[in-house]
Write a protein of this length. Structure first.
Ligand code: ADP
Ligand code: MG
Length: 331
């Protein structure tokens, strides 16, 4: 899928990246959030940033959008070195971000929110112009947003649409989405990502922060994996298996403790969304093909989501059985 999409994005080979980050470092007290990060994002692609919680993804993008200033490193946008003192400067350079926690004024209308965020732009003359711009942008994306609705009356998915329209009306050519599907239902997530893909095919560059492999596999043209403040690799999701992406994301996987035959009281394990290689575990001796499989009857606890199970034999992938577990488990 990726190769065809890249052609559709109309980018000749050798085109320089629209965003180039070189040697970016960011330190918080006692924390190295970003350590010598290099990143290349090509024009018109969906570039996923994949990594576990705390890997440094949001920090890196907050640097690109002027919320944080890097302690070291260079930001080059479309060939020019940039230093953004604020998000206003980043948006003026065509870079906008939709944050995990929306930055909307709830009692205000959609139009008032978008005007507020773009008051230093061409729309400063008034609400009428911004209303028309919202209508146009929203229709193009298939969002059907009413500029006069108060934001607190909108669903979370619609509030996210307001955030996206806000950034695009502000002139963003590079759209950064921080874990956009975390607050959506599966159906809403599908719809959003399909829309984002259309947007990218029409020329917008998208950075999609996520920790969901299925999103990377289905929608990203390339993916950079971050781990503990560093970039691990940039790969083509269409030629990289889910198991390989998992391995890159988490580094060494842990092996579940094997249960002794006939043992009455099993091992109790507290797990906070970690990845385990269950290849050699007797409880997982058969292929994992279904979340509701009797296999999981052995576990006292909940397995996070079906999408967290990799190497399950579906889609011809017979590679290691790496699963993500969250909760308390009895073996
Ligand atoms: P991710 O988005 O990949 O989950 P973050 O970029 O949010 O990761 O965080 C990277 C690291 O930096 C984490 O250890 C986090 O606790 C820390 N961090 C992020 N923002 C701040 C901040 N404003 N002050 C202190 N530490 C922070
Ligand atoms: Mg984050």
């Amino acid at each position: 899928m990726s190769a065809a999409n890249k052609t559709a994005a109309g980018r000749p080979p050798g085109t320089p990246p629209i965003v180039l980050l070189r040697g970016i470092c960011k330190y918080f007290p006692g924390v190295v959030a970003n350590q010598s990060i290099d990143l290349e994002v090509l024009s018109g692609e969906i570039h996923a940033l994949l990594g576990e919680n705390g890997a440094g993804k949001s920090t890196l993008m907050n640097i690109l959008t002027g919320i944080y200033q890097p302690d070291a490193g260079e930001i080059i946008v479309d060939g020019y070195a940039k230093a953004f003192a604020s998000p206003v400067e980043a948006i003026a350079a065509g870079i906008g971000m939709v944050h995990q926690h929306f930055k909307l004024v709830m009692p205000f209308t959609v139009a008032e929110n978008i005007l507020l965020a773009n008051r230093s732009s061409a729309y400063r003359s008034g609400i009428r112009e911004i209303r028309a711009a919202i209508k146009k942008q929203s229709d193009e994306l298939g969002f059907a947003l009413d500029p006069d609705r108060r934001v607190h009356t909108l669903s979370v998915a619609q509030q996210q649409q307001v955030e996206i329209v806000k950034v695009l009306v502000g002139g963003a050519k590079i759209l950064i989405l921080d874990e956009p599907t975390a607050v959506l239902t599966d159906a809403e997530a599908e719809q959003l990502l399909a829309t984002v893909q259309r947007l990218a095919r029409a020329g917008t560059t998208v950075v999609l922060i996520t920790h969901k492999l299925n999103e990377v596999k289905r929608y990203a043209d390339s993916v950079t994996i971050m781990r503990r403040g560093k970039t691990v690799a940039t790969v083509d999701p269409s030629t990289t298996t889910a198991a390989e992406l998992t391995q890159l994301t988490v580094g060494e996987t842990q092996t579940l403790p094997a249960r002794a035959q006939g043992e009455a009281t099993g091992t109790r394990l507290n797990v906070g969304a970690q990845f385990f290689n269950v290849l050699n575990h007797p409880n997982f001796a058969q292929p994992i093909s279904d979340i509701s499989s009797p296999l999981f009857g052995l576990i006292d606890g909940t397995v996070s989501t079906p999408t967290s199970i990799f190497g399950n034999g579906l889609g011809g992938d017979a590679s290691p059985r790496i699963i993500q577990l969250k909760g308390t488990f009895q073996f």
